[in-house]
Design a protein around this ligand. Structure first.
Ligand code: HEC
Ligand code: HEC
Length: 326
């Protein structure tokens, strides 16, 4: 954080310096100094102004997001809450926070000890390391209150109040208060496993500037303090909620009609026409096996395992949502 803020201040200094040099060049007596010096210094001023502008936006979004304080919260941890939390975590969080396998990717196996360097693995390590956190009580979260954890999931800020970069692009701000508390209850019930390496964000100034320029996608709208889920059932409305905790909307766009490419991710297609061409049985079988009815498996970029852990009612609701006009 301090490093990025210092670099930001240096960039502001350089902007002022080149602005002043441009002024001096334009006022110079020699014509060639006016033209060559003015153009060169002017161009550098423009470049540094843009970097200062977007860098400033990024620094503010990253370190001063202005999220509400952690709520006063004591999650009871009833068996029902823990069971619901396990269901949600197995669908949603496992794909990133589980034990790292031999191939360097999350294995979807316990323990939820994190340590996956997502930015390096996905080829955008040039913006700095982004490593998944240990979600068991054996790591950083042992120092978190239930309110602190709630704040991470609802507002994507850590205990220090800084934005957690990858988490802020996930759709968890739309999880109901009840489900958020169920997740907390389940994480608290896990056996503690120690953290083995560095975790969390170490985004560099380039990453912060790209964030400020919106190059990772539009930042999500502010989250409300209270979120209620629609009543469970095989309805399009509940299916949309399933597509939220199933993370589908995080990639396929808020209305599941596809999303454009960003600097760190390719474009994601609209799955609705294809799903509408399938029966519910075909859809369910495809989401359980990762293989489409024509025998084509989903590529690794499509985490079908999330849906494969869903119960049949949730899959049916998801199907209803995807086959209903948005
Ligand atoms: C796409 C991968 C991904 C998924 C899915 C994901 N996380 Fe994360 N999570 C990360 C990364 C990466 C970090 C490190 C900080 C950052 O970049 O956001 C993190 C950090 C965290 C932190 C620590 C924040 C802090 O205070 O430092 C918590 C808590 C957390 N995640 C909980 C969850 C829970 C609960 C779920 C499921 C509901 C989940 N995550 C799903 C990638 C993911
Ligand atoms: C990490 C991003 C990501 C998430 C999360 C995700 N998808 Fe996808 N999905 C993709 C990509 C990328 C493709 C295109 C794969 C390809 O090249 O065929 C895809 C393809 C699909 C297709 C096939 C579309 C077609 O026309 O062939 C369906 C159906 C689908 N996704 C449904 C879902 C559902 C349902 C969920 C939630 C359980 C989900 N996806 C979650 C990235 C994602």
């Amino acid at each position: 954080m301090i490093g990025n803020i210092l670099i930001f201040l240096v960039v502001i200094g350089l902007t002022v310096l080149f602005g002043w040099l441009t002024y001096r060049a334009v006022r110079a007596k020699k014509l060639w100094v006016k033209i060559v010096g003015g153009l060169a210094a002017g161009l550098l001023t423009l470049i540094f102004t843009a970097v200062a502008f977007f860098g400033g936006k990024g620094v503010s979004a990253m370190y001063f997001p202005g999220a509400p304080p952690a709520p006063e919260l004591a999650v009871a941890g009833t068996p029902e809450q823990i069971a619901r939390g396990e269901y949600l975590v197995t669908i949603a969080c496992m794909g990133c926070h589980s034990q790292v396998g031999a191939d360097g990717a999350p294995s979807r196996q316990h323990p939820l000890s994190g340590g996956w360097n997502l930015s390096e693995y996905d080829g955008f390590g040039f913006i700095g390391d982004m490593v998944t956190e240990n979600l068991t009580p054996g790591g950083k979260l042992s120092g978190y209150s239930d309110g602190d954890l709630f704040r991470v999931l609802r507002y994507s800020v850590n205990q220090e109040g800084h934005t957690v970069g990858v988490m802020s692009f996930m759709p968890y701000r739309e999880l109901s208060n009840e489900d958020t508390e169920a997740i907390i209850a389940y994480l608290r019930s896990l056996p503690p496993t120690p953290t083995t390496g560095p975790t969390g964000d170490r985004m560099n100034f380039l990453g912060v500037t790209m964030l400020g320029a919106g190059m990772f996608g539009e930042p999500p709208p502010p989250a409300p303090a209270v979120v209620t889920a629609p009543p469970p059932g095989v309805t399009a409305e509940y299916g949309k909620y399933v597509a939220t905790f199933g993370e589908c909307r995080g990639c396929h766009g808020p209305t599941m009609t596809g999303s454009p490419a960003t600097s760190v991710s390719p474009a994601v297609p609209n799955p609705r026409p294809f799903v509408s061409s399938l029966t519910l049985e075909q859809f369910t079988a495809m989401m359980h096996s990762g293989v489409k009815p024509d025998g084509q498996p989903f590529p690794a970029t499509m985490p079908w395992e999330n849906a494969s852990n869903m119960n049949d009612d949730d899959l049916a609701a998801l199907y209803t949502y995807l086959t209903t006009q948005p």
